[in-house]
Design a protein around this ligand. Structure first.
Ligand code: C5P
Length: 411
């Protein structure tokens, strides 16, 4: 849950008008309402007549703790102006599911029921989560309507591809409730990294010994993926280069999967020329077998020797480029954390490094971090990895601005 992950009190609750239109995915909107509320948002549900055929107003009323509006002519609204009032008091309108018909209506500025009228009379951003059969999605008319909406500044969330209620498979499935809740959460975050490209490495690497065996480490990738999520929230375009992990990448990030340190270096080299930031969170193996056997090594009774050769230091390579991105390193130490971390920062010529105790950090949900930069050390008391990632980005942004100014004066 996003709210539980942040642990941060919301200064003033954001208000969202959640609009449901007619689609099977309306059942997911009930879960979305629940997730938005547990993220600290106030949710006002409005349903079209067709939406009411799929889920009951009682469900949404119970989940949001507010009466659900369905009628344009609702006498309970004092001035009989439900279509104006409801959209005035919210920070965003989120339509989930957004049917093909509803998308067509909004694209053409029609207002023949409460929800479409609210969209037309709104003074706030509009986010829609399309949900329809794949042929309806692919129809040029739908695609034309979506282009119109995007041009009008509407944010389109998804859809995804997959098995549909009609039994067909293809594009048009509404995003899952947790993905939509995250997208709404991200939408409300400040965007200090807008238009910045952030390259992040995460997870362990796997160095093959033979066809089935290899050397790896116990990095879970949780910290790197949290940093990717925090960078997306801050508005960055994120490229996440990940070793083998079992985690879901933030949908807005571009995921590049790699296996070995050498693969990771190649992927990093491809992406670095366009990056503004390089955040090296991966636990890159320091050594790899000198040669990997193509076939599975057969067992016998004798000892075998494995010769290891050093891997390239990816972070050091990037930080020493003639025109490097702003580099942030991570150090996981088991002892003498501070001395080792600061020594590593200086050796790798990094403006910023985050250090943690390996035995406490690896695989854990929460971690204590210490940031090291030219002004000294900055402890970040134990918290969830996503919260620490947000603090790291917050700390890095002003340093990046200073670093950028200094570099442009040198040129
Ligand atoms: O292994 P070490 O403790 O030196 O790692 C510190 C930093 O260097 C981390 O940010 C890690 O991702 C990076 N690193 C790297 N390539 C390596 C080893 C470490 O980029 N071969």
């Amino acid at each position: 849950m996003i709210r539980l992950e942040t642990g941060r009190p919301t200064p003033e609750a954001r208000r969202v008008l959640l609009g449901l239109t007619g689609g099977v995915a309306a059942y997911k909107a009930a879960e979305l309402a629940r997730l938005l509320i547990s993220d600290g948002l106030e949710v006002q549900a409005v349903m079209t007549a067709s939406a009411c055929r799929f889920v009951g107003t009682a469900t949404l009323q119970a989940l949001t703790g507010r009466p659900v509006f369905t009628e344009l002519w609702d006498a309970s609204v004092a001035n009989n102006m439900a279509h104006i009032d409801l959209s005035r008091n919210v920070d965003a309108i989120v339509i989930a599911p957004a049917s093909a018909d509803f998308i067509a209506k909004v694209a053409h500025g029609r207002a023949d029921d409460l929800l479409s009228t609210l969209c037309l009379a709104r003074a706030c951003p509009l986010l829609i989560a399309p949900s329809m059969n794949r042929q309806m999605w692919e129809n040029p008319a739908t695609q034309r309507n979506l282009r119109t909406l995007r041009r009008d500044g509407v944010t389109v969330l998804g859809p995804a591809s997959g098995v549909q209620a009609c039994g067909e498979t293809g594009m048009g499935r509404m995003l899952e409730a947790h993905e939509l809740a995250e997208a709404v959460h991200v939408f409300f975050q400040p965007k200090p990294l807008e238009a910045k490209r952030v390259l992040i490495t995460a997870g362990p690497t796997f160095e093959a010994i033979d066809a089935v065996r290899g050397i790896t480490n116990s990095s879970s990738g949780k910290m790197g993926y949290a940093v990717a999520r925090a960078a997306v929230e801050a508005g960055a375009e994120v490229i996440l280069i990940s070793g083998p992990v079992c985690l879901e990448a933030p949908p807005a990030a571009r995921l590049v999967r790699v296996t070995s340190a050498q693969d990771m270096l190649v992927a990093v080299k491809n992406e670095t020329p366009h990056a503004d930031f390089f955040i090296s969170v991966a636990a890159v193996a320091d050594y790899r077998p000198k040669s990997a056997s193509e076939h599975k090594t057969k067992k016998n009774d004798r000892n075998i020797m494995l010769e290891l050769v050093p891997n390239p230091d990816i972070l050091e390579y990037v930080a020493n480029l003639p025109d490097p991105p702003f580099c942030i390193g991570f150090a996981a130490e088991t002892q003498n954390l501070e001395e080792n971390a600061e020594a590593k920062r200086r050796r790798k010529k990094l403006p910023l490094l985050a250090a943690n105790l390996a035995q406490e950090a690896i695989g854990a949900e929460e971690v204590a971090l210490t940031l090291f930069d030219d002004s000294g050390k900055h402890p970040l008391p134990k918290s969830s990895k996503i919260e620490q990632a947000r603090r790291l980005i917050e700390h890095a942004v002003p340093l990046y601005d200073k670093w950028q100014n200094f570099n442009s004066c040198k040129k």
